[in-house]
Design a protein around this ligand. Structure first.
Ligand code: BT5
Length: 215
């Protein structure tokens, strides 16, 4: 039995979904909502990635959602596992720390913004449009969203060792030579593993927050 088959599905019927036509960012709306809330938008006028980067998607072309969750140190990896499984394609892989890849190209991304008592987990997946050099899934938004709700519920409640094991299964990064950039300080080496807190281990050195390029 594969690991994800052994994780029982909790009830997700109580999660409140707020579906909006246009928002600045689903993260901005979700921030003031209770834990368990989900914000889904057709369009974002100021979608964002990490480090104030932009997240682009013409109206109606992407899955754009934010989940309000309990804080969890492995949330970014758990959400990556959930999103990869929700894509229902064996070709979707995870690039550390927060990218979904399809055939080596970026299909989606995850942005976790946490305070002491809550975490807002934003997920963007390209469906019918992608920027130059990126990928799209070409599946109906509502099908992917329904699976994503289930998978988020499952994987945010899974034990840390289950999350780490499934992330390793789905990883496109482990076993690869990578370039790691920490505020301009560059390291190149073999991505060997992820540690217990989700850190990337490159030639024996653990990186907690960094940008990674597959070489
Ligand atoms: C991410 O950031 O990959 C996290 C993206 C999270 C987006 C979701 S959408 C719902 C929720 N609401 C938000 O406002 N955000 C979340 P990062 O690793 O920093 O990647 C950002 C970079 O990806 C940009 O600088 C571009 O180079 C590239 N990019 C922008 N839009 C893209 C797209 N649609 N597909 C692929 N790459 C894109």
């Amino acid at each position: 039995m594969e690991l994800h088959d052994s994780v029982s599905l909790p009830i997700v019927g109580e999660a409140e979904v707020l579906h909006l036509a246009s928002v600045t960012s689903t993260q901005d709306v979700a921030r003031s909502l209770p834990i368990g809330s989900i914000v889904l938008a057709d369009h974002q006028t100021a979608g964002r990635g990490r480090l104030d980067r932009r997240w682009e998607a013409p109206e109606g072309t992407a899955l754009l959602a934010s989940f309000v969750l309990e804080p969890n140190p492995l949330l970014s990896l758990a959400a990556g596992v959930a999103a990869a499984e929700a894509c229902d394609s064996r070709q979707v892989r995870l690039k550390w720390p927060n990218d979904l890849l399809l055939e080596e190209r970026k299909l989606g991304g995850i942005l976790v913004e946490a305070t002491h008592d809550r975490a807002v987990c934003g997920i963007g997946i390209n469906l019918t449009w992608s920027p130059e050099g990126a990928a799209m899934l070409d599946q109906p938004r509502d099908d992917v969203f329904d699976r994503l709700r289930q998978k988020i519920a499952t994987w945010t409640l899974a034990r840390p060792d289950q999350v780490l094991a499934r992330w390793r299964d789905l990883s496109a990064t482990l076993g690869r030579r990578v370039r790691v950039d920490v505020s301009g300080a560059i390291t190149e080496g073999l991505a060997e593993d992820i540690g217990p807190r989700g850190e990337l281990i490159v030639d024996g050195v653990a990186f907690v927050a960094a940008s990674v390029t597959h070489l």
